[in-house]
Design a protein around this ligand. Structure first.
Ligand code: MG
Length: 156
C-alpha cells in the first residue's frame, strides 16, 4: 500500500461557477486558472503522483502545455493510465471554501470522483469547511483543497 497527499489553492474572481471534483458548482465566483480550474482534481493528481514518487502536477502539466479551459479530468485519467495496475483503495478530501455552501453538492462530487477513479462512492470522502472568515479562503478570495489517497500496487 502507498499513501499520497495533495493540495491546491486557486484564487477566485466574479464568475458563473466553479468546477470542484468534476462537478460544476453554480455560484457567482469562478477560479482564476489556465485549465478549467478544478482545484480538487489538481490536488488529486498530486496525491496520486505522490503515492508513487512520480513527481507533481506542475512538472507533468506546466502551464505552457495547458490549453485554456481544458478539462482537468484528463490529468486524472492520464496519471491513472500511467500507474498501470494500481488500484485506488480510498480517497479523502477537504474543500476549504467560504461560499457557496457545498452541502448540496458533496454527494455529486463523491460520485464524480468515484467514476473517475473506477471505485465506489463509499471509498470517497468529501468534506467542506469554511475558514471562519479568516485568511484568503475566509475572505472569499480563494478555494483550497487537501486530498489523501491510499493505493495498492499491482504486486501486492
Ligand atoms: Mg491548480
Amino acid at each position: 500500500m502507498r499513501i499520497g497527499i495533495g493540495s491546491d489553492i486557486h484564487r477566485l474572481q466574479p464568475g458563473d461557477g466553479m468546477k470542484i471534483g468534476g462537478v460544476l458548482i453554480p455560484c457567482e465566483f469562478g477560479c482564476i486558472a489556465v485549465s478549467d480550474g478544478d482545484v480538487l482534481l489538481h490536488a488529486l493528481v498530486d496525491a496520486l503522483l505522490g503515492a508513487t514518487g512520480a513527481g507533481d502536477i506542475g512538472e507533468r502539466y506546466p502551464e505552457s502545455r495547458v490549453a485554456p479551459g481544458e478539462d482537468s479530468a484528463r490529468y486524472v485519467r492520464e496519471v491513472l493510465a500511467d500507474l498501470k495496475g494500481v488500484r485506488v483503495e480510498n480517497v479523502d478530501c477537504i474543500v476549504h471554501l467560504e461560499q457557496p455552501k457545498l452541502s448540496p453538492w458533496k454527494d455529486a462530487i463523491r460520485h464524480s470522483l468515484a467514476g473517475l477513479l473506477g471505485i465506489e462512492s463509499g471509498q470517497v470522502g468529501v468534506k467542506a469547511k469554511t475558514a471562519e472568515g479568516l485568511d484568503a479562503v475566509g475572505r472569499g478570495e480563494a478555494v483550497a483543497v487537501q486530498v489523501v489517497v491510499l493505493i495498492g500496487l499491482p504486486s501486492e
